[in-house]
Design a protein around this ligand. Structure first.
Ligand code: ADA
Length: 638
């Protein structure tokens, strides 16, 4: 989101007929940049967790402090501490501007793992209790304007027994510290704090207005909500809004002027559009909602006209059935931990697109904001989830865990990413005990909560309980992780599972959200035929071909709506130890189609061939359906 500070005073546009959007509790400040505080900070470990008691937050001396680049995990910067799990402290300085009355200064962290406590000039200014969503703290009351100020952060990556993630969570390396950028943001007296954009194709699956088509309403509808905040007296201001296409051409615009009273004001607008290109993986057409003040300052929010829904056992994108040809992706890179560069993020997603994918499951946590931007640009549908990875039944049934970690983490993930047309699925968990009523209560509650915040997307969780699962009732899509031919069973068990799931849940689309096999680049089978855990490339190719053959079988196309290979990239995983791990690859999950350094294994080309052939067949079928529809329309009376 390209944002410059909003004007010093502003009005609000009350657009008559602005349709009511779901009431969203509070606003999520726009992920605008501000002053990037990345760089070399003071740093020190706190293995005995004594820092706060010893008032390190007020310590301006050098003794005991080291230096560390920010952002990047301390488990990476100090390799001898790759296993460190505990508290660690960061310290930097910044110049605070002299603020106008009503202006605010805030600090925005894009990710601190797993938890953060923050001080400015020794004054506690706030904390954040989970790792992969952004958070913003207002520090106006703590700064010394026109002087050098001290920002201190205590990060703690100990995994707690009752939290999300919880002690069961060893699905990836527990990188701790300031993992993503930190911004100093000066907010004007009147601020456009948040924009919620909603598009829909009336009458098509997933639309809130299912009868519009019958009412003859044509084209796409755009609705948007603007959350303003005024920290000064009521103001009056001319205002301009526009929708631009990618070339900057204005498709719609409206001017107005309003008074903005003190506090938060919700406004909005919208309209019907017939001359637009819907967003899809094939045509990721992006538009921009521009909100502009008199002095030319503006707020730009990118979006796409996209609608997702389910109809029986199909997933529909913009009213047409879609098969999610996908893969899982961990946000990790050697020597970078979870702090990839923009180029590394871009290369991953471009490589996934080249694989023939139209879908990526961001496993198992909210990833960097630019990953969502890149998916919008490249045309990749996204599954985004919170890190409830194999969380225990007791954790998920604990109301305090829900209040402190579950609901807020879901809310932040959604508010921070809901304008991206690429995001189509929110996931509330991965491989939790969903064959128990205690977890069904969690799934039901979490699914309802997500739909209350964002009714426009699909909600699910990744299950490994197969036919024993009792939680599919609440979700839009059955997502099943299966490792037939690797951990259990045989490769040919995939098809029967899918058919049995369909028999049991005939009105739910099924997505296979994980399947795969491990292999080391270049490794040959120790004996023939290749078998599970020989970590040969031959076996990985054989297993993926077998699973994809059953998942993509034409006879299942009516109810198997997605295949999500585990996993694009090898990644550090503390659970991968001998003897089940091949020599020379300790603590690395080797199920990637590419190595940690993104070297392609043989399976990459094998999958690419299958996915591209499937995409071609799907395109042919869509063209055939389209021409048949045209013939039917031509034959039917006017
Ligand atoms: C589970 C889990 C993944 C990964 C996978 C594996 O399905 O959801 O995160 O750990 O197993 O590689 O075994």
């Amino acid at each position: 989101m390209n944002r410059r500070d909003f004007m010093a005073s502003a009005g609000v546009l009350m657009v008559p007929g602005a349709l009511k959007l779901p009431a969203v509790p509070g606003a999520e400040p726009a992920q605008s940049a501000g002053e990037d505080l990345s760089g070399i900070w003071d740093f020190r470990f706190d293995p005995n967790d004594q820092g706060e008691a010893q008032r390190w937050q007020e310590d301006s001396g050098k003794s005991g402090w080291d230096r560390s680049p920010v952002p990047i995990s301390f488990n990476v910067v100090f390799p001898h501490e790759r296993w460190y799990s505990g508290a660690a402290w960061y310290r930097t300085q910044f110049e605070a501007p002299r603020l106008e009355p009503g202006e605010r200064l805030q600090v925005r962290f894009l990710s601190v793992a797993l938890r953060a406590r923050v001080w400015v000039n020794g004054l506690f200014v706030g904390e954040h209790l989970f790792p992969y969503s952004a958070f913003t703290l207002d520090i106006t009351h703590a700064i010394r304007p026109g002087q050098t100020n001290h920002l201190v952060v205590r990060a703690d990556n100990r995994i707690l027994r009752r939290a999300i993630p919880d002690l069961h969570d060893h699905g990836w390396w527990n990188f701790g510290g300031i993992l993503r950028e930190v911004y100093l943001q000066r907010r004007p007296v009147i601020d456009l704090e948040d924009v919620l954009i909603h598009t829909e194709l009336p009458g098509a699956a997933g639309a809130s207005d299912r009868h519009a088509a019958a009412a003859g309403k044509k084209g796409w509808r755009l609705r948007f909500q603007l959350n303003f905040r005024n920290c000064g007296p009521s103001r009056y201001l001319p205002f301009h809004m526009a929708v631009e296409d990618a070339s900057g051409q204005v498709l719609w615009q409206k001017a107005s002027q309003q008074v903005l009273v003190k506090g938060t004001t919700r406004s909005g607008g919208g309209g019907a559009f017939t001359n637009i290109t819907p967003w899809s993986p094939e045509h990721p057409a992006l538009y921009t909602l521009v909100v502009r003040g008199p002095s030319g300052t503006e707020h730009r929010t990118r979006f796409g006209f996209r609608q997702i829904g389910v109809r029986g056992s199909e997933i529909l994108l913009n009213g047409e059935p879609v098969h999610l040809r996908g893969i899982n992706r961990h946000e990790m890179y050697p020597g970078r931990g979870m702090t990839l560069t923009a180029a590394e993020d871009r290369k991953d997603l471009e490589d996934i697109k080249a694989l023939g994918c139209n879908f990526v499951r961001l496993c198992h946590y909210q990833q960097h904001p630019r990953v969502y931007d890149l998916a919008d640009e490249l045309g990749l549908l996204l599954w985004s989830e919170i890190p409830a990875w194999q969380s225990s039944r007791l954790t998920l049934s604990d109301p305090e865990v829900w209040r402190v970690y579950g609901a807020p983490q879901l809310r932040e993930m959604i508010l921070q990413n809901r304008n991206h047309p690429s995001v189509i699925i929110w996931s509330v968990a991965n491989e939790v005990p969903s064959d128990t009523t205690a977890v069904r209560d969690y799934i039901d509650r979490a699914t309802a909560y997500v739909k209350e915040i964002d009714p426009s997307r699909l909600v699910t969780f990744a299950s490994d309980r197969h036919l024993q699962d009792i939680c599919y009732g609440a979700v839009d899509v059955i997502a099943t992780n299966e490792y037939f031919g690797w951990y259990y069973g045989k490769m040919s068990d995939v098809g029967p599972l899918l058919d049995n799931l369909h028999r049991k849940w005939p009105q739910k689309p099924i997505v296979v959200s994980e399947f795969g096999a491990g292999c080391a680049l270049g490794r040959k089978p120790s004996a023939l035929p290749a078998r599970a855990f020989d970590y040969s490339e031959d076996y990985q190719v054989e297993l993926l071909r077998s699973h994809l053959g059953q998942i993509l079988a034409p006879e299942r196309s009516g109810y198997v709506a997605g295949s999500t290979i585990w996993v694009y990239n090898d990644f550090p995983d503390p659970a991968r130890i001998a003897p089940s791990q091949p020599p020379g690859h300790p603590f690395v999950n080797l199920k990637g189609l590419v190595t940690q350094h993104r070297q392609k294994k043989r399976a990459y080309a094998a999958v690419q061939k299958i996915y591209r052939a499937h995409a071609a067949r799907e395109k042919q079928q869509a063209e055939k359906n389209g021409s048949q529809r045209l013939e039917r329309n031509a034959r039917s009376p006017a």
